[in-house]
Design a protein around this ligand. Structure first.
Ligand SMILES: Nc1ncnc2c1ncn2[C@@H]1O[C@H](COP(=O)(O)OP(=O)(O)O)[C@@H](O)[C@H]1O
Ligand SMILES: [Mg+2]
Length: 246
């Protein structure tokens, strides 16, 4: 079972949007996926998915009950994704609590996608237990510059470049060069590209559900199969651990 951590540089390029729709697309063709909003700055998944504000990661992370029991209490099923809403306030998400929760989630026997929000030197170590780190970036010079800085922070935290990939989100069909140039300027592989689809994003936000049709849905399905392929080609934890020990 694998852990995918979604993050980004400055701005609001679509970390939560990508986390939700990637989790949904992955769970469409495979087993249930666990989606955790662990954004230390306060999460938005509860609002995006109409999750009960009386439940969520704050209670899951602080629970003394066995993890699976707490998860079943705090999680809510959306299609085939078990979703846990984020910290209500930014002061709630301390790094120790987030790391402990990630470790417990890894042992839960499900593929996990976590929205960790903005990457900075302070938050980069939180991504280190992930099998795959996805950096969401809008196309364009300034956004790519910010993503490059985020990737540098992740590398400085000891995360190998081979485990970091980019997702270009919000590219415009009539400006294909933007996508190619952004991908070329990033120091890691671009695993997928999600088109700018304002209608789908607005519809999804209003209905509080994942995107359900159109170009964005198609792109998320393609991204999910790329993610599954990358994860399947990675060495298992055990093999990776024994290689580190050697
Ligand atoms: N591909 C896209 N097309 C259109 N709108 C998008 C797209 N991706 C994200 N958005 C919109 O951008 C805004 C910010 O997205 P969000 O996921 O909350 O960003 P972040 O988590 O990085 O702060 C939201 O209103 C969302 O609906
Ligand atoms: Mg967010």
């Amino acid at each position: 079972m694998s852990l995918v951590a979604v993050g980004a540089g400055k701005g609001s390029p679509g970390c939560s949007f990508v986390s939700i729709n990637l989790a949904t697309a992955l769970a469409e063709t495979g087993p249930q996926v666990l989606l955790l909003d662990l954004d230390p700055h306060g999460g938005d998944l509860a609002a995006y998915l109409n999750l009960d504000p009386r439940k969520g990661i704050n209670l899951l992370a602080r629970s003394t009950a066995p993890f699976l029991e707490a998860l079943n209490r705090e999680g809510e099923l959306r299609r085939n994704v078990l979703c846990v809403g984020g910290f209500p306030r930014s002061a709630d998400g301390n790094p120790d609590l987030i790391e402990t929760t990630l470790a417990a989630a890894r042992g839960a026997g499900q593929n996990v996608i976590t929205d960790l929000g903005r990457v900075g030197s302070g938050t980069a170590p939180l991504f280190s237990s992930a099998d795959l780190v996805l950096v969401v970036v809008r196309p364009g010079l300034v956004a790519v510059h910010g993503a490059r800085r985020a990737i540098q922070d992740l590398q400085d935290a000891g995360i190998a470049s081979s485990r970091i990939h980019a997702v270009v989100n919000g590219w415009e069909r009539q400006r294909p060069a933007d996508l190619a140039e952004s991908a070329a300027a990033l120091p890691v592989r671009t695993l997928g590209a999600i088109p700018l689809d304002r209608k789908a994003a607005r519809r999804s936000e209003t209905a509080q559900t994942p995107v359900d049709k159109g170009a964005a849905l198609k792109a998320f399905r393609a991204l999910a199969s790329e993610v599954a392929r990358v994860l399947a080609s990675q060495p298992t934890d055990q093999r990776r651990a024994s290689r580190i020990l050697r």
